[in-house]
Design a protein around this ligand. Structure first.
Ligand SMILES: Cc1cc2nc3c(=O)[nH]c(=O)nc-3n(C[C@H](O)[C@H](O)[C@H](O)COP(=O)(O)OP(=O)(O)OC[C@H]3O[C@@H](n4cnc5c(N)ncnc54)[C@H](O)[C@@H]3O)c2cc1C
Length: 320
């Protein structure tokens, strides 16, 4: 069926929206077309319209894992602004919903149903406050639930895949369906969505998620989250960044390798390899995507020359 963009969305469609405004790096050129969607129906209508028009589209959550090219992004950028926790069928969010079984242990559990644009860190904090365990690792991670699922975000030995039960997606065929977590191909900072995430026109869009959490001691959970936050403050730079630039090679850390080749503090234009953590590149003011890419190339080249290892980017470069 031919799709037209509803009038309410057409009115909000912007041209040449600067994308630096929508990323934690504060870097990036304009989107040809830009639309912020406030609810699922709007998101679905926007994606269906783009597909119908054969218009490339890119979904942005918190923009905390992307580097947007200086040339910007062709086609439509959809900014996801769908907040709120959805209620599952017959289950009240945060109410015990039965027993959760892992190996031979059973314990009280709850199901959380966040929309895809709920900030992951905020969801984790809310769960802790209610005494539900499993997301303490996520406190302090920027970005949205949707973006976190795409990259299987993780820290402190935990990751999204540990507690995710299922996602609701608008699939490649334009159908809304639920997909169990076991089918999402999770690995270290990977999922089936990540594989598709080079501006592939047909890519699936995550609408909402379902996490299972177990009962925990609120004070203990709060203490663990506070420790995790303190570690972040101690070890990571506070400036504008997109988090870790490279994936850690097996058994090693990208930060250690970059530091070992003497690149801590190296600058290109307004971008710098952080003096605090060499796997972060920070925008010290006025950095361009080209500056960041020059540092990425430099780090990859030096690490390859010295260690024979190819560093793989964790951040996604979009618009190139
Ligand atoms: C200071 C800092 C610290 C960080 N620390 C960590 C850390 O400890 N661990 C970690 O794993 N990451 C970390 N990150 C990286 C980042 O926060 C995570 O990867 C985050 O989960 C990305 O979410 P986002 O909403 O910002 O995604 P975005 O950057 O907006 O998008 C990332 C990708 O996901 C796609 N996408 C977003 N939403 C959807 C959706 N609903 N459906 C389909 N595709 C979607 C986008 O198109 C894009 O391809 C850090 C970043 C910063 C800036």
């Amino acid at each position: 069926m031919p799709q037209t963009l509803p009038a309410s969305l057409r009115e909000r469609l912007r041209r040449d929206e600067p994308l630096w405004r929508h990323t934690t790096f504060r870097i990036g050129g304009p989107a040809d077309l830009f639309l912020a969607v406030e609810n699922e129906e709007e998101l679905i209508a926007a994606v269906r319209w783009a597909r119908e028009q054969s218009l490339p589209y890119l979904l942005l959550g918190g923009g905390s894992n992307v580097l947007v090219a200086d040339e910007g992004v062709r086609g439509l950028v959809i900014a996801n602004r769908i907040h709120g926790w959805r209620q599952g069928r017959g289950a009240r969010p945060c109410a015990p919903t039965g027993r959760f079984r892992i190996s031979n242990f059973e314990f009280p559990s709850c199901l959380l149903h966040p929309a895809s644009c709920v900030p992951l860190g905020r969801l984790a904090r809310a769960a802790i406050k209610l005494g539900w365990a499993g997301l303490e690792w996520a406190v302090g991670i920027p970005g949205t639930v949707g973006g976190a699922i795409v990259g299987n975000a993780g820290a402190h030995g935990g990751c999204v895949a540990d507690n995710l039960v299922a996602v609701r997606v608008l699939d490649e065929d334009g159908k809304v369906r639920e997909v169990p977590a076991a089918e999402l191909g999770f690995g270290y900072r990977r999922s089936v969505f990540k594989k598709q995430s080079t501006r592939d026109e047909g890519r699936a869009v995550i609408l909402s998620a379902q996490f299972v959490l177990r009962a925990g001691d609120r004070e203990e959970l709060e203490a663990r989250a506070a420790e995790n936050l303190a570690w972040r403050r101690r070890t990571q730079p506070r400036g504008l960044s997109a988090g870790s630039v490279f994936r850690n090679p097996p058994g090693d850390s990208a930060g250690r390798l970059i530091e070992a080749v003497g690149l801590k503090g190296a600058c290109r234009g307004g971008a710098q390899i952080s003096e605090k953590h060499a796997n972060f590149i920070v925008n010290r003011g006025g950095a361009t995507a080209s500056d960041v890419l020059a540092l990425i190339d430099l780090a990859r080249e030096r690490v390859w020359q010295r260690f024979g290892l190819t560093l793989e980017p964790e951040i996604e470069v979009v618009g190139l």
